[in-house]
Design a protein around this ligand. Sequence first.
Ligand code: SAM
Ligand code: SF4
Length: 324
Amino acid sequence: MLIDGHGREVNYLRISVTERCNFRCQYCMPEKPFSWVPKENLLSFEELFLFVKVAIDGGVNKIRLTGGEPLLRADLDTFIKMIDEYKPGLDLALTTNAYLLPQAAQRLKDAGLKRLNISLDSLKADVAAKIAGKDVLGQVFKGIDKALEVGLKVKINMVPLKGINDDEILDILEYGKARGIKVRFIEYMENAHADQALKGMHGKEILAKVKEKHMIKALGREGASPSFNYLLEDGTEFGLIDPHKHDFCENCNRIRLTAEGNLIPCLYFDEALSIAESVKKGDIQGAADVLAKVLKDKPKENRWSEEELEDREISKRAFYETGG
Ligand code: SAM
Ligand code: SF4
């Protein structure tokens, strides 16, 4: 079992397999970064897999592949298969913008993937294009349909933004309901890479929108999940990911690995230690030692919380690097 310096069990590893992306979402990567990580610095799937084995052997039982856009790594299904064969039954999931899903869904499913989270911020083509920086919606809809068709379990992530898509919260809920897809609303997390003019909706404001049409019942957080779940009167469940709430980090169970091998204990802070040298040498003990140190120093909580509003500095961590 992996335990962090605050006594929390860590059993969830998120791996950002590339920082590159085919979208330019305003809240994440509105412009192409000044410098991408050079291709030669990216860890190969074999190198990432060495760390995956260390993490699984230590107690990780949930892995999510993310990015950037993870489907830009064309042979992602090979990596999924490696993990699935090492630990069949492990909770293995992917987060994607769905643009490349129509071609990839069947291969991902065949490789052993069970679950997908898909980012869908708008049902209107012009709004989706404004958020993503290009015309994406038709392809994203096709991707969602294809994922459902091949039997992948799908959840939708929406980041509500004031004056942009805040009038679509109820419509996205309906879209999910009609397809048996759970919707999760994510509070916009301020960061230095996003368009600084953006204003996110607070969890309370998101809930107020839902209440305009529905009766809702709070169900609570599901174990260590960051999502606080709610139930509508007709039995539909939805989630709210509210990192600004003071208790958000209490049961944090996750660490993040970037495509170049930085092991990041918290989405908010810059601190990270590299496993690159260890995995390139095949040094299992070295990778395990880095993991132990990152767990020991994992921060107690992020600084997006309401209490920190007064004096906090904006997070410099890029979502496209950590994978969200
Ligand atoms: N490209 C994939 C996608 O968009 O689903 C995976 C990577 S993306 C960084 C993972 C998740 O982070 C997405 O659901 C995205 O909406 C969310 N995200 C990115 N920047 C965010 C921000 N500033 N605040 C809240 N969520 C953010
Ligand atoms: Fe790309 Fe996902 Fe970031 Fe949008 S949120 S720019 S799709 S990594």
